[in-house]
Design a protein around this ligand. Sequence first.
Ligand SMILES: O=P(O)(O)OC[C@H]1O[C@H](OP(=O)(O)OP(=O)(O)O)[C@H](O)[C@@H]1O
Ligand SMILES: Nc1nc2[nH]cnc2c(=O)[nH]1
Ligand SMILES: [Mg+2]
Length: 175
Amino acid sequence: MAGEAPELSAQERAGKAFPVSWDQFHRDCRALTWRLNEVGPFHAVIAITRGGLVPAAIVARELGVRIIDTVCIASYDHDKQGELQVLKGMSEAAMKLGGGTGKGLLIVDDLVDTGKTGRLVRDMLPDAHFATVYAKPKGRPLVDTFITEVSQDTWIFFPWDTALSYHPPLRDGAA
Ligand SMILES: O=P(O)(O)OC[C@H]1O[C@H](OP(=O)(O)OP(=O)(O)O)[C@H](O)[C@@H]1O
Ligand SMILES: Nc1nc2[nH]cnc2c(=O)[nH]1
Ligand SMILES: [Mg+2]
């Protein structure tokens, strides 16, 4: 409506930025695997796409797991959260491996924020182990294992969404 302030995106509301490099992300995924190694073994890794694909590949490699399936969920359109949409569920083969409840399966995502995505997947696979690399306080209770907690007002920038660019010096007004 005319005159109304434009709705802020989740990223704008977050305020603080937490940029993560490929190197940092790889190290954090390896650290996550150290913890998961104490919990497994796992029959299969279930990646929540798309953000879970990269950590799932690294974790599966480190754990020696070769069966990887996806649950395809869309919620944030760039940075605004809309209705959750399950675009693709798990395969029957992976569901069988988890005995129908997810027992012995490892669900991997890059992060939990509000926890809505995590809640949906937990409801699908209540006995699976849910791991994320990063967690914000609202979503944290849903996660079994994670590496780094960031505050709710932080937006995490992943290396696949960013590029190196010029940054002006502080004295020229850079934030
Ligand atoms: O805890 P929540 O508030 O539900 O947010 C967390 C989800 O948001 C992001 O996915 P997104 O829907 O942006 O899709 P993408 O993985 O394809 O980037 C992220 O990868 C998590 O899956
Ligand atoms: N890249 C990114 N996606 C998100 N989806 C929900 N929260 C976040 C976040 O902090 N960073
Ligand atoms: Mg995601």
